[in-house]
Design a protein around this ligand. Structure first.
Ligand code: SAH
Ligand code: SF4
Length: 367
């Protein structure tokens, strides 16, 4: 394992921290502004690019700081829709970042909408039985800088292909649906969302950011008080305590009778529509009575339901519900007037179910 990093990454420092440190080193506050501009807007890859900073300051920066706290080491592509970036952290651990392109035709022009799916932890402690991220347990939280760096790696990848993005990020949405439970790493995730959304940061619209959670009730209540207008998705995956607890151990700690009122409070306070994610797993949660219970929950929460056909995970025996069952399940929601979508499969062939690529790489290395 590498020795602990000596230099702090500039990604993840607040403007106050940065200007405080510059001031201590005898530099004026406006240098902090210039530096943030190089970091977040221009996404400089070296100190030497920062031509409006004096050479002596660039040298000082080089001895005390680093730009990115991680490296993008591998890209895997599935058709032209999904790409997975394997990112190596300074302690040699891996996380995954996924770029999903939804080709969309606009009026008279070809539009392209894309989403980046970021990781918030290495591994996950919640051990949902269908998920690759939790298979080897939780390793550690990501820092704010490590979360933001995943987005910079995507920007760099797109820039290497000529996708211009100096002032805007080259994607439309960011979802915290990669590895880890974002609400178990609350402060670092909120730090990243703050920097993404801020004028001094990446200036990315909060409504285009979605946090997905397996349902940590105290943190959902805390989120309800946050001023930034991000969206929330709840991984429901079971519409009764019985089915949910059988695949999500977290439901024993925070059962539906606690989770649903917390979700209700979030949507009331935040004034945003919630999404309920529901993976369809054959014989586990795909019965018609489950669909009926799900409709009742969605109605109460005025939530949109995202049905996700289960993605096979190596080493797990669960199977996806077949197409006719998926359609029958959706038909129950339709009859109940529940807004819903069935997610199309994306990136199955590159281990897109969260955590699989990283797990394979770490196991290869251990072997
Ligand atoms: N920990 C958070 C966010 C990461 S998981 C959460 O659980 O919400 C992001 C989404 O991917 C969750 O809805 C999760 O349930 C889903 N997921 C995990 N494994 C999957 C699989 N094998 N197939 C389809 N979706 C999966
Ligand atoms: Fe963790 Fe989410 Fe996977 Fe559950 S679904 S193990 S909470 S990453």
């Amino acid at each position: 394992m590498n020795p602990a990093p000596q230099k702090t990454s500039l990604y993840g420092m607040t403007p106050e921290e940065l200007t405080g440190q510059l001031k201590e080193a005898g530099m004026p506050a406006f240098r902090g502004k210039q530096l943030l501009d190089w970091v977040y807007r221009k996404r400089a890859s070296s100190w030497q690019q920062m031509l409006n900073l004096p050479q002596s300051m660039r040298e000082w920066l080089d001895t005390h700081y680093r730009l990115l706290p991680s490296k993008h080491v591998l890209t895997k592509q599935a058709g032209d829709i999904t790409e997975k970036l394997l990112v190596e952290l300074e302690d040699s651990r891996y996380v995954e970042t996924v770029l999903i392109r939804y080709p969309q035709k606009g009026v008279g022009q070809e539009d392209s909408r894309s989403t980046v799916c970021v990781s918030s932890q290495v591994g996950c402690a919640y051990g949902c039985k269908f998920c690759a991220s939790g298979l080897d347990g939780w390793k550690r939280n990501l820092s704010t800088g490590e979360i933001l760096a995943q987005l910079v790696h995507v920007c760099d990848l797109e820039a290497s292909r000529g996708v211009e993005s100096t002032d805007n990020l080259p994607f439309d949405n960011i979802v915290f649906m990669g590895m880890g439970e974002p609400l178990a790493n609350y402060d670092a995730v909120m730090g990243a969302i703050t920097a993404l959304n801020a004028d001094w940061g990446m200036n990315f619209g909060a409504r285009r950011i979605t946090i997905s959670t397996s349902g940590l009730v105290p943190q959902i209540l805390k989120l309800a008080e946050e001023p930034i207008q991000f969206r929330l998705a709840i991984s429901l995956h079971g519409a009764t305590n019985e089915s949910r607890s059988s695949i999500m151990p977290v439901n024993r700690k925070y059962p539906l009778e606690e989770l649903i009122p917390a979700a209700e409070k979030f949507s009331q306070k935040h004034g945003r529509m919630l999404t309920l994610e529901f993976i369809l797993i054959k014989g586990i949660n795909d019965s018609m009575s489950e669909a009926k219970s799900l409709s009742e929950i969605a109605k109460r929460l005025h939530a949109h339901v995202n049905l996700i056909p289960y993605n096979q995970v190596e080493g797990l025996s669960w199977e996806r519900s077949n197409l006719s069952r998926q359609q029958a399940f959706a038909e129950v929601l339709r009859r109940e007037n529940i807004s819903h979508t069935i997610r199309k499969e994306k990136g199955h062939s590159i281990d897109a179910a969260c955590g699989q690529l990283r797990l394979r790489k770490e196991r290869e290395r251990e072997a």
